[in-house]
Design a protein around this ligand. Structure first.
Ligand code: 3HC
Ligand code: NAI
Length: 698
């Protein structure tokens, strides 16, 4: 017996080192120390082979991420791993669940590896802005070859045990459900075969056949790794492993790892890891709240969103009925759904057989009576309060009493929609993003009377259909679209003040946004905002910040779908090109609104757009519309293309320092006299106390 989190026992000729550090057996300091103590014991006892196993639901899922950023404590992971690899008796690692990061690195240092068939093996450090820092970049290629190792480390996705066996990463797949006893059996076989210690690090790694392999690989991953430092280092380290021994390789790896670990982008990505997990936890609901089962679903409206939402459920194996006003609309909606699935078959995402099974989960009807027995209804009809309330009255009269009624409204008051029913506690907002079958984000809108079990059900259901759900309160645009308003407005003002569409988009894309604001407008369709302004009773071109967009729509420049918007689009490639006609139009509108034009720097563009997000985000937090700053970040990262490695707008505010943020806002307020720059009181308060937004996390 060593420590509570690591136990050591002798079973005949096999010493068993068992790690028991729930929930995921992360390699905390106590685990590392425990492994060292168990190795000392095993070194001198009668054992002839050492088996490393884990208790609970998984093998080691990696280093303890919560320890990064704190003072390191000896023994460090590289020392533990060296002790495993240099152990004089054969070491067998038996994996189950997930063997990830430092966990897989422990297994790589073992001399033999076996696993339960459903194990997933990976080096996902890159997702945390890191590279494998305990020998992974040096040992993985020595076991599986250069290219598969690079793919696993730069991609970060885990692989299945069967694939790992093919690659030579595993020696054996275990049978049965008892990993420990199956591994003991395999260990005895190894001893019977005369197995000896065989350090992975001693292997010689053959260099790839072509001299330009590594340069080509770097070029191939350049787009995906835009802005990140770790992927380039991973390629460098594997290239180094082809030329040098493991000791030199590990020394360089350590240096690069520490640089990555101390980088702002790794701090941001670690924040994202914990924020994603925190946002799944609802605040302010009784602890005994239970989700209710959802076995059947109906979606009202088979338009852009309804069809996509139906696909989410059907793909997850949940039967869904689409309801439309006419057979014609229904057929049109179903045809789009089928076309989308055909595309996924063509791209190899699904087989035809899988798609046939998924499509069998979707039925259509024009009769509300057909959905009387479903567990959940999601309404996705036109964005119009009267239409939505009418639909909810019908649902209330038709659906069983405990049916959950959700609305996909983008902006409307969910309380007013709930009030159209006699069961407001069953009504919730479910704001999917377009295209609904692709976008990960789901804002779950908590109305005044939404029951806790309804909220919890939706949060859990979101996970089932592969979404990242964030609970938000009721306000115009909820979290994401409300923040987008100020951001988009700044983009328009910058155009009038002297920037070009390509400069605004270029600056934001260089900063890390997936797409600049104007290109996003063109992609979504400029008519959406135009219609929404008209529905709000705003006259066309009546505001400075919408004059350009209104004019473009009235010129039938709706964006990509009409071949032109802020840009002109190549019909074949969809590549965007600056359009002199738009440049002239901008100058015209600026003159009409008496906006004097000047040279605008890229820094000003980035500052104004990100500060607009930060200021509104802070107001949202103060109002309790989002529970935690991390929740706001998760919305922006998953719904609006904000760069993950910047952590989200709220994390970015903390990185800048709230005092700096308040100063910048104040300066803009003075310069422009625009009330939008009045610093949010929460920012002023926290900055005054020298605190961060993160400090208000619940
Ligand atoms: N360190 C610290 N905490 C961790 C952790 C880790 N490596 N992995 C998971 N946790 C925590 C989570 O924060 C969560 O805590 P909470 O309950 O308080 O919210 C809890 O464990 C359960 O995690 P999940 O909710 O994610 O559980 P799932 O079952 O959905 O997923 C998992 C399990 C696939 C293991 C997932 O947690 C995961 O991907 N973990 C991270 C794996 C990883 O990135 N490893 C590499 C770490 S870096 C490293 O090893 C560096 C090395 O090269 C030196
Ligand atoms: P859409 O116009 O593409 O589809 C609406 C569909 O609802 C049409 O097919 C229409 O025939 C049908 N419909 C209208 N009244 C109906 C009724 N009483 N019963 C059954 N069907 C009815 O609209 P879209 O874009 O799908 O939007 C739907 C909702 O989703 C709106 O509330 C919108 O704000 C919201 N939303 C839209 C997003 C987008 O990007 N399009 C993104 C997120 C939310």
């Amino acid at each position: 017996m060593s420590t509570a989190v690591v136990q050591y026992d002798l079973d005949g000729e096999i010493g068993i080192l068992c790690i028991d550090n729930p929930p995921v057996n992360a390699l905390s300091h106590a685990v590392r120390a425990g492994i060292m103590a168990a190795l000392d014991q095993a070194r001198v006892d009668a054992s002839r082979l050492l088996l490393v196993v884990c208790a609970g639901r998984t093998f080691i899922a990696g280093a303890d991420i919560a320890e990064f950023g704190k003072a390191p404590q000896e023994p460090g992971l590289p020392a533990v791993i060296a002790a495993v690899e240099n152990f004089p008796k054969p070491v067998l690692a038996a994996l189950h669940g997930n063997a990830l990061g430092g966990g897989l690195e422990v297994a790589l240092a073992a001399h033999y590896r076996c696993a339960a068939p459903d194990t997933r093996l990976g080096l996902p450090e890159v997702n945390l802005g890191l590279l494998p820092g305990a020998g992974g970049t040096q040992r993985l290629p020595r076991l599986v070859g250069v290219e598969p190792a690079l793919d696993m480390m730069t991609g970060g996705a885990p692989i299945a045990a069967s694939h790992a066996l093919e690659l030579g990463l595993l020696d054996h797949l275990l049978e049965g459900t008892d990993v420990r006893s199956a591994a003991l059996g395999y260990g005895r076989q190894l001893l019977a075969r005369g197995a000896v210690a065989r350090p992975t690090g001693a292997r010689i790694l053959a260099a790839p056949l072509t001299a330009d392999f590594f340069d080509n690989y770097r070029a191939a991953i350049a787009r995906k790794s835009r802005g990140l430092i770790a992927p380039g280092y991973i390629v460098e380290l594997v290239e180094f492993a082809c030329r040098h021994d493991i000791d030199r390789g590990q020394a360089l790896e350590r240096e690069r790892f520490i640089e990555c670990r101390n980088s702002p982008q790794s701090a941001a990505l670690r924040h994202v890891f914990f924020a994603e997990r925190a946002c799944a936890k609802l605040t302010g609901i009784p602890v005994n709240t239970r989700a209710v089962p959802v076995k059947t679903v109906a979606v009202i409206g088979a338009g852009t969103m309804g069809g996509g939402i139906a696909m989410c459920f059907a793909s997850a194996g949940i039967p869904v009925t689409l309801v439309e006003t006419s057979r014609e609309n229904l057929d049109r909606g179903l045809a789009v759904v089928r076309k989308n699935y055909d595309t996924s078959v063509r791209r190899g995402r699904y087989s035809q057989q899988q798609v046939d099974a998924i499509l069998a989960n979707i039925t259509g009807t024009t009769e509300y009576a057909d959905i009387a027995g479903v567990d959940l209804v999601i309404e996705a009809v036109f964005e119009n309060m009267a239409v939505k309330q009418e639909v909810f009255r019908t649902l209330d009269a038709t659906c069983k009493a405990d049916c959950i009624l959700a609305t996909n409204t983008s902006y409307l008051d969910v309380n007013a929609i709930a009030a159209a029913t006699g069961r407001p506690q069953q009504v919730v907002g479910a704001h999917f993003f377009s295209p609904a079958n692709v976008m990960k984000l789901l804002e779950v809108v908590r109305a005044e009377q939404t029951a806790p079990e309804v909220l919890l059900t939706f949060m859990q259901l979101a996970k089932t259909i592969g979404k990242i759900a964030v609970a938000v309160g009721v306000c115009h645009g909820f979290v994401g679209n409300r923040m987008l308003k100020g951001y988009a407005r700044q983009a328009q003002l910058l155009l009038l003040e002297g920037a070009s569409p390509e400069q605004v988009d270029g600056a934001m894309e260089a900063w890390g946004m997936a797409m600049g604001p104007l290109a996003v407008g063109d992609l979504a369709g400029l008519d959406i905002g135009y219609r929404s302004r008209r529905d709000q009773g705003l006259e066309s071109r009546s505001a400075k910040e919408s004059a350009l967009a209104d004019t473009l729509v009235e010129m039938e420049r709706l964006g990509q779908k009409s071949g032109a918007g802020y840009y002109r689009y190549d019909p074949a490639t969809r590549a965007r090109h600056p359009d002199p006609q738009v440049a002239a139009l901008i100058e015209d509108i600026a003159a009409r609104w008496q906006v004097s034009r000047r040279a605008i720097s890229d820094d000003e563009i980035v500052d104004r757009l990100t500060l607009a997000l930060i200021n509104e985000g802070a107001a949202i937090l103060a109002e309790g519309i989002a529970a935690r700053p991390g929740d706001v970040d998760i919305v922006y990262l998953n719904g609006y293309g904000f760069p993950k490695w910047r952590g989200g707008p709220m994390f970015h505010a903390d990185s800048l320092g709230l005092a700096t943020v308040v100063d910048k806002l104040g300066a803009l307020r003075e310069l422009t006299a625009d009330p939008c720059w009045e610093p949010a009181p929460l920012l002023v308060e926290l900055a005054g106390e020298g605190r961060t937004l993160a400090s208000i996390s619940r």
